[in-house]
Write a protein that binds this ligand. Sequence first.
Ligand code: SF4
Length: 497
Amino acid sequence: MKLYTPKTGEYNFVMAYPAIEEFALSSLGYLWLYKIADEKQGINAVRISTDNVSINFKEVDSLAFSLSFDFDCLGVLEVLDKLSIPFYAKDRNEYLPLIFAGGPVITTNPKPYEAFFDFMIIGDGEEIFDKILDILKLKLSKKETLNQLSELEGIYIPNKQCKKASVSLNNVIYTPIISEKSYFKNTFIIEVSRGCMNRCAFCTASFTNLPYRYYEYDKIIDAIELGLKHTNKIALLGAQISAHPQFNDIMSYIRNKIENGQNIELGISSLRTDSVTADTVKTLVLGGQKHSTIAIEAASERLRKFINKNLTEEQILNAVKIAKDNGLKGLKIYSMIGIPSETYTDIEEFISLAKKIKNENKGFNIEFSFSTFVPKPQTPLQWSKREDIKSLEKKQKFLEKELSKIGINSKFSSAKWDYWQTVLSRSDENITPALVEIYNNGGKIGAYKKAIKGLNIDITKSVEGFDFNEELPWDFIEMPPAKQILINEYKRLCKFV
Ligand code: SF4
């Protein structure tokens, strides 16, 4: 169900999602940009995804992708393949569509993918997107179109400089298409805030979205009311929603409605460990939530200081207690292993914390979920070495064994896939031919190793890390904070090593 009135026109625009439709329909940024195109006079906008590439018109004028995860690049190739469009921009002549991309992956480091696109959006897309469509609609030559686009802040045309686009949050972004086919079935998602002021040293959600911004309370309430006209499932989204100055008022507003008999299912992505309150948990429980997630990110207090997470053991124990005492049935606790300088002393500290959590919260369902540290561009840890797969897998086995001894379930991300994520996220344009090779060979993990080896691509830097004085593949993007500030922050954090 579209919550707006679409328009149509002569210009055939395709908004493509590089994964299956279930995920496309749950991606707020993707759907919002599609809405902008679909509402625009003169544009015939169509949505496609990897499992649904049917297009009901012969000629595509332009095609846009939104990349949220590093491995989405293979989904881009799958869509182009299914449409019989050449992968590389240089191989697409004047009569083939202009193809562009945006999203968190492109904003963080577009270099590995830039050869596939005519241009890219770096940063916030919602304001620039309308201007892009105005230029595209003119149907000028590709060269002239790119010339005009290059005047816009946030447009990256390969091998040129680029400044990140950053908007003030005015009109609230919400799910414009409610669907039972979405991963979040029939859910109306509302963006409450963007970015996070905590600046954990590994976090792109924080560093690529500075400064932290939020929508006005009244506008969020209006969006909640709009959503409730169409569904009873409301979700609030944002990396740090509880930092909204009126977060408690927003929660009270929803809680009052539930207490007055309105059937509302409420979801929020995760609880902030150092600011979990009884009222927030009670509202979530009233809104039907049985479990929630807190992120502690690292095994020990020392490591949490090193990544600027600064959570104490006491704060973690307190958060779990509040969650339990106020009606949640269980909590997932998310953490990472492989943060630079981590040793088994840190991991032992984690196990001792897990024992305390278990002992103090009998009957409460606790599950631990671990990923392995992936150093990301645009963050203070962008220079760091990635720990090797064998040593990470050994730590995973150790944790699994020790946690099961105390009756706690644990889940682990694949150290091998996280390794390849590291390689993709910190590479430059030299890796691009390997991406095509990997796609052509089925995209499984063996295809990565084979392609890198077969094409003799040097990925040492992406794995081992960089020196402060060398140029990084993504340095050309002008984005606050300046590189020197990231260096200073890294050096400050090193006192905890
Ligand atoms: S609190 Fe979460 S969202 Fe904020 S910087 Fe840390 S990891 Fe990122």
